[in-house]
Design a protein around this ligand. Structure first.
Ligand SMILES: [Zn+2]
Length: 586
């Protein structure tokens, strides 16, 4: 299995040492090999002829067990689709059948795919089985959304997070397949297929199939794009460039062309965000960001770094990211898309009211000097950091600053009045009606007692409003320790799978941003230090998603048990087929 060596090794070791668990969770994106590995594992557990070769267990693939498992017809290895069998009755059936010994051999294995689709009561029933599982039973739960599985269930399973297959790994596999078929292909074409697969080997192979039948014996990058309706990097690049140089007119023309060609606007917006994300990573000092883009494209993207300061790019990223949801919901997505392009083109960095008012030496972000303006010293930029007041005051408290701040004109300068952001969009931009500046609020540094979760959450919230890229990084932290003195480090614990995120903490720009983020709370700029946490629990991102989901489930239950619903059901003999909830929840 490509890319999942560590999972395979652990499972093999477990079988060899006779220490198999009774329940496993295989999590990872679709097409990544979860079900395949579940089957291989089942064969290794059941095949009577299993042999050790080159450090791996090999089932014979010929005995009845092996052939039946491969065909999905084994009575001792049952594959259940959790999505269509998500009710409590299905789980009860599994429980009943699990009581019986396998018809032969030692193990009876249940592979439940998409297990996160089980209903609340089905999970409860499942939990009872997992609390006292019959000795011969092994459960393998596959899921694309592990955060939807209750903690109580997860706690009783050994969990394997399947790694996303990298673009390089998919490219290699695609190359092998083409070679074995004797088909020629441009190097760029391989990369396109690999990226279109979005981390799924299975998708890569089916895309390849489609491309081969379209292009025949010679595959070109243009052919790949045409056959799968892919958006050219050049198009996305030109669009992003238009936005960054504030040329809304040509950016809109590009959107129009794409729209006329039938390009899916949501896909275009996604590609645009991804490219900007890559640019931001480059700007914080990451030489070779691990993104969807190849080296040539990264070189191109790097060329865009001179147009806007990091803060502005982060702001635009926020605009686009927020826009994704709007565009997918809109009945006329083109209108929203155009608006986003205009907003992004006009977006300028925002500086919180208190920073401007408190007389702190602060500078607007670097941008192309205007006539008469002196180029400012980038080292002196001290920006959005004290932004708590800005966030608690809502978008209206954010102020936009237009004047270049220089040594010579600082004395004369006045803060530019605030501009009100449109509702639902947490940023401000040029061209809106102006409003008087909000009252200044000097953030009082507080002493942190212990590892206050509330303060941590608040910091992240502030961070999301000002530095979303750093916020996404911090959201994956599972434990933390505030520094007690100025000399201490701010300890941030990451799970093993988030090691790449932890590594970003070593970048100078990230450290600086973190220092600025912590300053209003601590009274000094804390230095972050990452460590690998042994905590296996959920990250803040997962926790927030779960809380929201649980509230929803609870509400759903209360609806189902509501007197009116119960009466209607008995009176009319009907069942509820669908419950729609308004987004705004109590
Ligand atoms: Zn066999």
């Amino acid at each position: 299995m490509v890319g999942q060596q560590s999972v395979v090794r652990t499972l093999v070791n477990a079988i060899q040492m006779n220490r198999t668990h009774q329940a496993y969770v295989f999590s990872g994106s679709r097409g990544i090999g979860k079900t395949s590995i579940a089957r291989i594992f089942s064969k290794a557990l059941r095949c009577p002829n299993v042999q050790m070769k080159e450090g791996l267990l090999h089932s014979c693939d010929q005995c009845p067990d092996c052939t039946e498992i491969a065909a999905g017809s084994s009575v001792n290895v049952l594959e259940i689709d959790g999505a269509s069998n998500n009710g409590v009755d299905s789980v009860r059936e599994i429980r009943e059948s699990a009581k019986f010994l396998p018809s032969s051999g030692k193990y009876k294995i249940y592979i439940v795919d998409e297990v996160h689709m089980l209903s609340v009561s089905a999970f409860n029933a499942l939990l009872k089985t997992l609390e006292e599982p019959p000795e011969h039973v092994v459960f393998i739960f596959a899921t694309t959304e592990p955060h939807k599985i209750p903690e109580t269930i997860l706690g009783r399973c050994q969990r394997f997070d399947f790694k996303r297959v990298t673009v390089a790994q998919i490219t290699e596999r695609v190359r092998e397949v083409l070679k074995s078929e004797g088909i020629e292909a441009e190097e760029a074409a391989l990369g396109l297929v690999a990226r279109a697969a979005e981390g799924s080997m299975r998708d890569a192979l089916s895309i390849l199939d489609q491309v081969i039948s379209f292009s025949g014996s010679k595959i070109t990058a243009a052919g790949v794009r045409e056959s799968i309706g892919m958006i050219g990097t050049e198009l996305v690049f030109e669009l992003l460039k238009g936005i960054l140089v504030r040329d809304a007119k040509s950016a809109l023309a590009i959107v129009q062309t794409a729209f006329n060609q039938g390009v899916d606007l949501k896909t275009l917006l996604k590609s645009l965000s991804e490219m900007l994300h890559a640019l931001i990573l480059i700007q914080v000092g990451i030489e070779k960001p691990e993104t969807e883009f190849n080296e040539d494209e990264i070189t191109l993207i790097r060329g865009l770094a001179t147009h806007r300061a990091l803060e502005e790019n982060e702001l635009i990223f926020q605009v686009l990211h927020h826009g994704l949801e709007l565009v997918s919901r809109a009945s006329q997505p083109k209108l929203i898309f155009d608006l986003l392009v205009i907003k992004s083109s006009l977006a300028e960095a925002i500086i919180p009211a208190d920073v401007l008012k408190s007389g702190h030496e602060s500078h607007s972000p670097r941008r192309a000097p205007r006539p008469g303006a002196t180029v400012e010293d980038p080292e002196k930029r001290e920006l959005v950091e004290k932004s708590k007041a800005a966030v608690s005051g809502g978008p209206g408290a954010l102020e936009l600053r237009q004047q270049e701040s220089t040594e010579s004109n600082r004395a004369a300068e006045n803060p530019t009045p605030a501009q009100e952001a449109p509702p639902g969009l947490g940023f401000s931009f040029s061209g809106m009606d102006r409003k008087a500046p909000a009252k200044p609020q000097e953030p009082a540094p507080v002493r942190i007692e212990g590892n206050s979760e509330a303060i941590w959450n608040e910091m992240i919230e502030v961070c999301f409003a000002t530095r979303p890229v750093l916020a996404i990084l911090l959201e994956s932290v599972v434990e933390w320790a505030f520094p007690k003195t100025r000399d201490d480090r701010f300890l941030l614990g990451f799970r093993e799978q988030d090691r790449p995120k932890m590594d970003q903490l070593t970048h100078k720009a990230v450290r600086e941003q973190f220092g600025l983020l912590t300053e209003p709370k601590l009274g000094f700029k804390a230095i972050p230090e990452g460590f690998i946490s042994t905590k296996t629990g959920e990250s803040l991102a997962e926790k927030n998603a779960r809380i929201k989901r649980e509230a929803r489930d609870l509400k759903m239950q209360s609806i189902l048990n509501h007197q009116i619903v119960l009466e209607a059901r008995s009176l009319f003999g009907v069942e509820l087929t669908e419950i729609k909830m308004a987004e705004r929840e109590a």
